[in-house]
Design a protein around this ligand. Structure first.
Ligand code: MG
Length: 204
């Protein structure tokens, strides 16, 4: 399986990164399966970075193979929604950006993608109005709602599948809202969809 991540998909996060998009096309990158952390296992702070940032994101689970998927049919290609953290070595990413290099070192490292439980898509009333948030040590640091997505789930699937065949079990991280920031050893992260806690783990 593979993990596809959408970047810059909430306007207020683009502002906080002092980033910009030159057109309406989504930005995406990938993480390998070695990035996954499951079962609420701890995240071990890597030695190569001094600035690991949390990015809480809703995650789509792909349910069947598809390529060149039309946005009108995209809803048939994912059946579950969960939540995860797109951990980012912001210090390394800044250097990559400076040099115009790819981001993999900063984004795709081992354990950079903890994921929680998934819910069946049919359990959601309105896909375009899902609240989610991240608490660190009991304080809410990031809050999002899918109404603010710049690129909707359906169009993400259509766009990505133009370039990369999607397969059952692939995951798509759909972008982070504003409020990204550093984590430190000893922090407890808890991620929620609506009021349900879907993921919790410690930084060690
Ligand atoms: Mg992200």
């Amino acid at each position: 399986m593979k993990i596809i991540c959408i970047g810059l998909n909430y306007a207020n996060h683009i502002k906080e990164m002092k980033s910009f998009k030159t057109d309406a096309e989504p930005v995406f990158f990938m993480k390998p399966d070695t990035a996954l952390v499951i079962d609420n296992k701890p995240f071990y702070y890597p030695a190569f970075s001094k600035e690991i940032h949390h990015e809480v994101e809703l995650v789509l689970k792909i349910s069947k193979t598809g390529k060149h998927i039309d946005a009108d049919f995209a809803k048939n290609y994912y059946d579950e929604i969960g939540i995860g953290i797109d951990f980012t070595a912001r210090d390394l990413q800044a250097k990559c950006k400076e040099k115009g290099h790819p981001w993999e070192k900063a984004k795709a490292f081992d354990s950079s993608a903890p994921i929680g439980k998934f819910l069946a898509k049919k359990e959601f009333g309105d896909i375009n109005n899902i609240n989610f948030h991240l608490n660190i040590n009991g304080n809410t640091v990031q809050k999002g709602n899918t109404a603010d997505l710049l690129t909707s789930f359906d169009y993400i699937i259509a766009y990505v599948s133009t370039f990369v065949t999607l397969r059952q079990g692939d995951l798509i991280f759909t972008g982070t809202p504003e409020g990204v920031g550093p984590v430190k050893i000893g922090d407890k992260l808890e991620a929620f969809i609506e009021d349900a806690k879907m993921l919790e783990f410690d930084v060690k």
